[in-house]
Design a protein around this ligand. Sequence first.
Ligand SMILES: *[C@@H]1O[C@H](CO)[C@@H](O)[C@H](O)[C@H]1NC(C)=O
Ligand SMILES: *[C@@H]1O[C@H](CO)[C@@H](O)[C@H](O)[C@H]1NC(C)=O
Length: 285
Amino acid sequence: MKRKHNKRLSSSSSLSFTNTILKTVKPAAYFTLLLLTYTLGYLSHHSDLDSFRVETQCVEPIPPENTRQTLIDLIFNGTSPFTDFPPPHAADKLYRSNKVKGWGSNNAVFENLIRKVKPEIIVEVGTFLGASALHMAELTQRLGLKTQIYCIDDFRGWAGFREQFKNIAILNGDVLLYYQFLQNVVTFNQTGSILPLPFSSEQALIKLCEWGVWADLVEIDASHEFLSVWADINRGFLIIRPGGVIFGHDYFFPGDNREVKRAVDLFAKIHHLKVKIDGEHWILI
Ligand SMILES: *[C@@H]1O[C@H](CO)[C@@H](O)[C@H](O)[C@H]1NC(C)=O
Ligand SMILES: *[C@@H]1O[C@H](CO)[C@@H](O)[C@H](O)[C@H]1NC(C)=O
């Protein structure tokens, strides 16, 4: 077929000349274009995103039942932060209430995921007063699970947060958010299942990775600023046990062009994961 076709075209010399040009230039041009397209596509879809890839490998996970004491030893010099709580200087500044303010802290996503994953360890990134941690603790106990919940928060709130939370005391400019969180855990009788990790999410997650403290569930609900969410997802993802799930709050948060969604979607794209929505929450699957 091909030979016959060529023969017919070469019957006229001008046609033959054009044909020769086309035959040499066109395939070459096509080839070049194709190569360029692939190269550009490769660069934009692979190398560019590869720059965002975090390659850290965490230390092999230690047994879940050893994690609480390990953290108490490494962070609190061996003494639970609930021992002899509250200290006298703070005791009368804390409120004791069965209502803890949170946002979406009782949403169905918690029960859905806890039923599905049956977590031994949950790491919550962004705890504030502990509303969702307390909710998760109750859920795990109702389901007969023995779950430890590690709550990462710097317990500083955010600049200006007292405009909404006037009932949280201040001592010499130090807002007693950490003590109030501890008090809430005490009030709800959850001191055996919840442990605070009172550091920035960056510092705490890096250490969990180095200490081999992995989680079955990691919840991201700290700062909603793009760069923070991005860093928290990347660091949180590293410590997920096989079969575990990372999820987070406020997928539809409107700030800065939906910054939570942008961070979640970018991470999902790089890791070939899907974003599932459960109410206000995102789940990576
Ligand atoms: C840390 O624990 C050790 C051993 O129990 C104790 O001797 C030491 O005083 C503690 N350090 C602080 C700062 O509490
Ligand atoms: C905590 O335990 C005390 C004493 O057993 C009980 O009276 C109280 O209702 C419990 N609080 C909560 C929130 O479950």
